[in-house]
Write a protein that binds this ligand. Sequence first.
Ligand SMILES: [Zn+2]
Length: 156
Amino acid sequence: MKIDRPRGICHTCQEPFKSGTTYNSTLQIAAESWVRRDYCEKCWKQQSPEEVIAEWKVKVEKKKKHVLSESAIWQVLKSGNPDIGTKPLTYILCLMMARKRKLRVTKTLTKKGQEFQTYSNISRKIEITVTVPNLTPVAFQKLQREMDDFFSSDES
Ligand SMILES: [Zn+2]
């Protein structure tokens, strides 16, 4: 499972993002994982619409802060895409939001040895059932750190 992490350059023109500027990020579903693409403002305007699960803005700052884009996470969880619930990354997102008390487990189910959990946020009209992945604690922590990068944002 691989997360396509931000590289600090525009996907189209390959120019590095300058400090103080804002760029646009999109998330798409790939076979094994998710793909994040970053675009500078100029290329973003010329960008033809693609099927994305989420899009959000990121501010480039000298001192790196780990601010998660909650709006991007909600977009993913609300997307209704049938593949979302099977991705281990989605499970990690749900756990991260549950830790912030923004989602809670409302149902657990084991079918043919596989555990599923349903996470809900009633006011946001979110109810998503995710496959609980078989991850070692080390793999789990690594993925969670990568998610911080993946969903970095200018929100505070
Ligand atoms: Zn560009």
